[in-house]
Unconditional design. Sequence first.
Length: 285
Amino acid sequence: MNPWHDVRLLNATANALMALAMCALLSAGIWWLAQRPAFALQTVRVEAISPQQPLMHITAPLLRSAASGPIRGTFFTVDLEAVRESFETVPWVRRAQVRRIWPNTLLVGIEEHRPLAIWGDGRLVNREGELFVANPEEAEADQTLVAFSGPPGSEADMTRRWRELNEQLAPLNLTIESLTLSPRHAWTARFDNGLTLVLGREQDVSIASRIERWVSVYPLAQARLSRDAVSVDLRYPNGFAVRAPGALDQTPRKPAAMRAVTAPKGATPRATNATLRPSTARRTP
């Protein structure tokens, strides 16, 4: 049968063409309307994503420079992804969120980096364990930064270790000044009172367990010394070594590593159980 004689087919084709024409006209009308000056963006509002973390380092000139390039078009046509990426290139910006607010406003939510430490190459480490580039002097104006030193890519592990050490050492009121991770994954921490804590590597006896033992016994051992310790070595499976030059006798002599013998778990510590003597314990690397 000749399709030109099929009334149903001709009607369906005509309806389809009419629908396509209407869609094209509607799209053109919407595009024309979206370009009208009435929908031009007039305001870019910037605020902190979280009210608990107000913006401390973001400045108006930096934001103006970020907003000058990618904010093109109207309320309907602006590229939100391009705007977000532009704001995230601003120093101190960790994350940005962009959304439209009717009829002519863009709302930009900013999450700032919260600095924790300074990396060996001068970059900063935030509290999420991420490296970022900013002026260290600005960060140190509000707080004292910890010095991190470790293999490339270890900043997240170092941040986790810093957090764990802070929790475990809270009873001793020690503030970490620097934290070092060697290429062999051995840990060393230095505190603001000059004490160096040699943690070593994770072994059969975990670092956390060794620190817990030291925290429970060290005040008693320290009380028997005539001066503060300069270093404590926790790389022993059954004790720890304390270096405090000249602390045990009045006559100067070459200091030796000392071991604190701890009381059995659950027993009441006695002074004799905290006696310091030259260490014969096996030390882990």
